[in-house]
Design a protein around this ligand. Sequence first.
Ligand SMILES: Cc1ncc(COP(=O)(O)O)c(C=O)c1O
Length: 388
Amino acid sequence: MFSQRIEWHTTPNALGELLARKKDAGRPLLDLTQSNPTRVGLEYDSEAILTALARPGALVYEPDPRGRPQALEAIAAYYHGLGCPLGADQIFLTASTSEAYGFLFKLLADAGDEVLIPTPGYPLLAYLARFEGVRAVSYPTRYDETNGWAIDLEVLEALVTPRTRAVLAVSPNNPTGAYLKPAELAVLDDLCARRDLALVVDEVFADYAGPQAPPQRLGTVAGRTRCLTFVLNGFSKLVALPQVKLGWIAVTGQATKVRAAGQRLEALLDFYLSVASPVQHAVEPLLAGRHAVQRQIVARLDANERWLRQQAAQTAHCHVLRREGGWYAVMEIRDALGDEARVLGLLERHNTLVHPGFFYDFQREGFVVLSLLPPPGIFQAGAAHLLA
Ligand SMILES: Cc1ncc(COP(=O)(O)O)c(C=O)c1O
């Protein structure tokens, strides 16, 4: 009766089962997977946010498939600030970045077509592709201590088939934190232009550079490619308000392709009109308020990371990988324990939740992923169990 697209749902994993038991038993957790910014003790300007969401214009329904023009202008101004002169007509609102992926897969691919996604990478991408009948094919990114993470561009190109429709990149990547480098972008741009593929770059963490960010990092890839390029972002990370539900797609690249894509995207969006009016009226003030919350988040990420590095340096077996940006730390642990046993043991004995590397498709055992967002007290207590 049900579609194959959601078939994985029938088999819960061991970590999910144990977590459900802990929650049922009312155990307080040291949750080092927490990436909900509204739950980690940040100070928001509540009055400004609520005022922005209660503007009188929100009482009127004025559907526009692209989004309210003033909202598009405010987002275009954000890209201008990054040195990229985008027109408001190149921006399309969605209810979230995840929803934006769904629209792009509808726009670019037929059932059975393929898109290339990074590994290690954000697990949701493969599911979002699958919901549209699209096959996600993983390309490798590799780590070395001197250079950090880099895309294996040769393997990526070898994975392109006649059914490939798009190359997806996340900059900085979740969970590895690697920004797309100018040289990588140049190769991807050339490949996509030659093979008539679209480039999709998810920049939801782009404003969260860490102390090890490369000086020549790209603030955005918008406006820097010839190939048809879709740049994704949204309010859940950029202004740390996942609950207001706003994402967008910026379309850039060769002008005729941008126009053709824009017309089709607008037609698709018109069937859903999924972005609520209050947030469309709030875009300008909410964007303007992002710096105060971003500063707190960057300070939190850096402080937790610094503490973790200091502690890991005192062990023989734990090592924190280089983080150029984003909200996560990847820790390599050299011991005889398997990753599943490690995360289950931590949860069972210490009520501490971390993600095993295999959730993100790390190619071998020995990695855990920690959110750097939790308050320092929780982060340090949980990470101390892990380090021990
Ligand atoms: C790389 C990446 N893209 C997109 C999203 C989802 O963003 P949204 O809440 O706008 O759907 C996330 C959420 O964690 C993410 O890590």
